[in-house]
Design a protein around this ligand. Structure first.
Ligand code: COA
Length: 259
């Protein structure tokens, strides 16, 4: 798909997906959602890509769903719109390749939800976060009511959801919504360095961490621990585990092959 609303670049095994609709603060219209889906599928499938950075062009990460498109929806089509977005965001969340959100500016509504679907969030000190849907007479439709309480706890999540208040990057860090806050000029370099650190680890181990955390989250502890033990067992039979443990004993960096 030729992208109209994204720019995608690749370097050093990292695909950088930039939502590129800065005149509308990168608001998520149907086209952006479809292209975001295509871009993560392409990154997941590409042998040259091992990890993804997701960011926004201009002064926003993503300022939410495109409010001008919401007008035209009735009950059923709005439900389908929400489910299409949820499906695309889930493909980021379940990517076996790590996805880091580099939140450069406004991450409101669907933008906050998109960042939450990524594995790690690095925020610029200019970033702003919020779920202001109640101000439009709506609730989040791209996972915000579910991922926000899981990430920051029910009490704080309900505060953000019910007030629609917008918080700055330091407050987002304080409540656990983002992993780090850095000066705007250092944002992409910090995300890149963190991602390279992850990519130096065993790729199968990284993929299984994502899968076991995601799948285990809603299971009973006993079921989730069984899932963890099974994945641990599978990994114990890989070349990567042999290489990782041998490299430690040899006091040298591991050379993982993902096999
Ligand atoms: N949907 C559609 N267009 C949007 C948008 C959205 N979610 N967010 C911003 N835009 C557009 C504005 O309409 C404006 O377009 P225009 O220049 O053609 O009029 C442009 O982006 C710039 O936004 P503007 O509001 O002028 O910038 P600002 O600096 O004054 O305010 C925000 C920035 C983010 C506070 C404000 O744009 C805003 O509140 N956006 C909506 C956030 C929201 O409710 N998101 C949840 C949606 S479910």
């Amino acid at each position: 798909m030729p992208y109209e609303t994204l720019s995608v670049t690749s370097a050093d095994r990292i695909a950088t997906i930039t939502v590129n609709r800065p005149d509308k603060l990168n608001a998520l219209n149907d086209r952006v959602i479809a292209e975001l889906g295509d871009a993560i599928d392409a990154a997941r499938e590409s042998a040259e890509v091992a990890g993804v950075i997701l960011t926004g062009a201009g002064r926003a990460f993503v300022a939410g769903a495109d409010i001008s498109e919401l007008e035209s929806h009735g009950a059923i089509s709005a439900k389908m719109l929400a489910q299409r977005g949820q499906d695309v965001f889930r493909r980021y969340e379940t990517s076996p390749k790590p996805v880091v959100a580099a939140v450069n500016g406004f991450a409101l509504g669907g933008g906050c939800e998109l960042a939450m679907a990524c594995h790690i969030r690095i925020a610029s000190d200019a970033a702003k976060f919020g779920q202001p849907e109640v101000k439009l007479g709506l609730i989040p439709g791209y996972g915000g009511t579910q991922r926000l309480p899981r990430l920051i706890g029910k009490g704080r999540a309900l505060q953000l959801l019910l007030t629609g208040e917008i918080i700055d990057a330091n407050e987002a860090y304080r409540i656990g919504l983002v992993n780090r806050v850095v000066p705007a000029a250092d944002l992409i370099a910090t995300a890149t360095t963190m991602l390279h650190g992850i990519l130096a680890n065993g790729p199968l181990a990284v993929a299984y961490c994502v899968e076991v955390v995601n799948r285990g989250y809603d299971l009973t502890l006993d079921e989730a621990l069984t899932l963890e033990a099974t994945a641990f067992g599978l990994l114990a039979a890989t070349d990567d585990k042999r290489e990782g443990t041998q490299a430690f004993l040899d006091k040298r960096p591991a050379r993982f092959t993902g096999a």
